[in-house]
Structures are given as C-alpha cells and as structure tokens.
Design a protein. Structure first.
Length: 123
C-alpha cells in the first residue's frame, strides 16, 4: 500500500482533507493509535463478530457497509476504496479471530497518508 498511499497524498482532495491533520510524526501516530483501534473494535470486534454468529460469512459484507459510511465526506477515491479495504480488514478479522491486524494496518495506512500529505508541497 505504501506506493499507492504516497501517490494519492498529492491529489488535491487528499491535500485539502488531510492537510489540517499534519503534525509531528509522533503526534500523528499517537492520535491514530487512540482513534483507529477503537473504530476497528466497533466495526470488526462488535458488529462483525456478532454478525458472523448470526448470518455467517455474509456478516463480513454487512459490517463493512457502516464502516464505509463512516468515511462519507472524505475524498471520493478513499470512500470508494474503503468498501474493499473494509472487506479485507473484515476477512482478516474473521479468519484470525482478532481485530489487531486490521487495526495495525489501519493505523499504518492513515499515519503514512497524513505524513505523506505533510511532506508534499502545497496547501
């Protein structure tokens, strides 16, 4: 994901949305470590695992829908990719029985994106 994240960091929509979040790397990382595992717990730990018990593997898809809706207002490309990323995080949580790997990936991707936006001229 690194080359993709670095490439999209220069797009105007990502610059406009993420430029206000630019801060020193440690601050960005700590913020993301506080926020994103909590979101992963809600969407994957709570919704997904409850839905898996109720409707089986289709629960991965159903739990991804509110996750994608949570990204409304973000750049269009991110919103569209969120559904597929959410499916990947959901599948990973289902297969491993844990939200840890999806949470770590989420933190890594968003931290890299904000830092890449901050290192791109503009804004």
């Amino acid at each position: 994901m690194t080359p993709i994240v670095v490439a999209i960091a220069g797009l105007p929509g990502f610059q406009a949305y993420y430029r206000p979040m630019v801060a020193p790397p440690a601050d960005v990382l700590v913020t993301n470590l506080v926020e994103l595992p909590a979101a992963e717990f809600l969407f994957r730990g709570f919704f997904l695992f409850a839905l898996l018990r109720a409707i089986g593997p289709l629960g991965v898809v159903v739990a991804t829908i509110p996750f994608a809706f949570g990204h409304l207002g973000k750049p269009e490309l991110e919103l569209l990719s969120t559904f597929f990323g959410g499916l990947a995080y959901g599948w990973l949580a289902w297969r491993t029985g844990s939200i840890v790997w999806g949470a770590l990936a989420h933190v890594a991707i968003l931290t890299l994106l904000v830092l890449a936006v901050g290192s791109t001229p503009g804004g």
